[in-house]
Design a binder for this molecule. Structure first.
Ligand SMILES: NC(=O)c1ccc[n+]([C@@H]2O[C@H](COP(=O)([O-])OP(=O)(O)OC[C@H]3O[C@@H](n4cnc5c(N)ncnc54)[C@H](O)[C@@H]3O)[C@@H](O)[C@H]2O)c1
Length: 429
């Protein structure tokens, strides 16, 4: 029998995690920096899967969000990543007392996720996105609350699994907060609210860019198998990252989706290629994509993303309407209802999302970001498939894609063969 809520062997704690005590106590919680505790054992046990840069940051944010949390388990494909993340967290005076991960709760390997889930009430997922559907499914099956980093899949089968897992999380009353962090920045919430309230009139078109330089590469060691090499350098392998349009540009696409009221486009047409990433070390991903998204009501979004060393950077998004233009990234509106965000006080989107997650758990009022995180991930995957194949795709065609990027085995030996996609030659599957 699957529990609706995190399981505890202690009846008073189990009751607390259910609702009663929680609802009463939560009424007094401030929005941020909750600092909440009471006489029952109300500690929420947090587990981290994927102990890299973002996972370590997410663990910090989770511990900061609620003083009655403890980080109790950590898992990563590689033991050295667990240790470096752990020592970073232990060295942070603000949260060190909440870090309780003895050697027997440090796990490594492809199955590390199972033990972390077993040991935790709330699970933070920050591995490369390929593994997200598997990990969300397992955590939801076990009745755990979730923080889920973006993106949430790399292919059509993965997104369909994720949609199903999110539905199950909702049925079970579990909280599931997405790492699409811009949605949790107060300044952007106010900007998008104004778009929805008509400040720029009817939307005509949108434009978004995520043009940056290059990213890290972790090299190759002779002792590493091909699988270890690829997982350590996961950004550069489509089966692991979904290419940079999925891994990075998803933030821009999600803002477009948000402005569009979470309505998905009906057609996606993209082109892209690799003009600077010609070395083998860059695996099979592209370095640029340009995409047109089209909605049923005629609105179009023009999207550009690029990762090319020494080329100009630009991260911006514009929503053009009949009465003005909103600059979502920089929180301003020009035109009839000119406005700019002048909020003061902290607005750390990475902290805000964890504050909301833990407050929802304490209040027993589940939050579920599954819908938009799946849609924006799919906007990226659809564009990548369009660019790789050279085919313009309807949304329904893209959603039905059978291309499954899962390797034949999760084992430290061979890895998927690297084949660079060629538009007009690579088939749409
Ligand atoms: N929201 C944001 O602004 C933001 C920022 C950075 C990264 N991210 C996302 O967070 C995720 C992680 O990115 P990162 O920058 O921390 O990368 P990273 O490489 O620093 O960390 C990923 C970690 O996952 C580990 N890992 C790989 N496969 C695993 C598996 N099967 N099981 C357990 N661990 C595994 C890796 O060894 C690595 O330590 C990505 O999805 C990325 O897109 C989000």
């Amino acid at each position: 029998m699957i529990s609706k809520h995190p399981v505890s062997s202690d009846p008073s704690r189990r009751e607390f995690l259910r609702t009663g005590t929680v609802a009463a106590a939560a009424a007094a919680l401030p929005l941020r920096g909750m600092g909440f505790h009471n006489s029952v054992d109300d500690t929420l046990k947090v587990g981290l899967i994927g102990c890299g840069g973002r996972g370590t940051g997410a663990a910090f944010n989770a511990l900061r969000a609620d003083s009655a949390t403890k980080l109790v388990a950590m898992g990563d494909a590689f033991a050295d990543r667990v240790e470096s993340s752990l020592s970073g967290l232990q060295g942070n005076a603000g949260i060190a007392a909440q870090v309780d991960v003895p050697p027997e709760r440090r796990f490594s390997g492809f199955d590390a996720y199972k033990q972390v889930i077993e040991a935790s009430d709330v699970v933070l997922l920050a591995t490369p996105p390929h593994f997200r559907p598997l990990h969300v499914e397992a955590a939801v099956e076990a009745g755990r609350h979730l923080f889920v980093e973006k993106p949430v899949a790399v292919d059509g089968p993965g997104i369909r699994r994720m949609m199903e897992a999110c539905r199950k999380a909702a049925d079970k009353g579990l909280s599931l907060v997405s790492g699409l962090c811009y949605r949790y920045q107060f300044a952007k919430q106010e900007t998008v609210k104004r778009i929805h309230d008509g400040a720029i009139g009817d939307l005509v078109s949108l434009q978004c860019s995520y043009n940056t330089g290059g990213l890290w590469h972790r090299g190759r060691k002779p002792a590493w198998s091909e699988m270890e090499y690829q997982v350590r350098n996961w950004l550069y392998f489509n089966w692991l990252s979904g290419d940079h349009i999925t891994e990075q540009h998803i933030h821009s696409l999600d803002k477009v989706l948000w402005a569009m009221g979470d309505q998905t486009p009906t057609r996606v047409t993209s082109s892209g290629g690799r003009i600077s990433r010609i070395d083998d070390k860059y695996g099979d991903i592209y370095d640029h994509f340009n995409t047109v998204y089209q909605w049923k009501n005629g609105v179009k979004a023009f999207s550009s993303c690029r990762q090319i060393i020494s080329a100009s950077s630009d991260v911006s998004d514009f929503a053009h309407g009949t009465k003005g233009t909103a600059q979502i990234q920089s929180h301003r509106i020009e035109g009839e209802n000119a406005w700019r965000w002048r909020g003061d006080g902290p607005d750390d989107m990475y902290q805000n999302e964890h504050d909301v997650l833990f407050r929802s758990i304490r209040e027993g009022s589940a939050i579920n970001n599954g819908d938009y995180m799946c849609k924006s991930t799919m906007m990226a995957i659809a564009a990548r498939m369009s660019a790789y194949t050279g085919k313009s795709l309807s949304w329904d065609e893209a959603m039905a894609s059978q291309e499954d990027l899962t390797p034949t085995a999760y084992a430290w030996g061979d890895a998927p063969t690297v084949r660079i996609p060629r538009p007009g030659v690579t088939p749409f599957v």
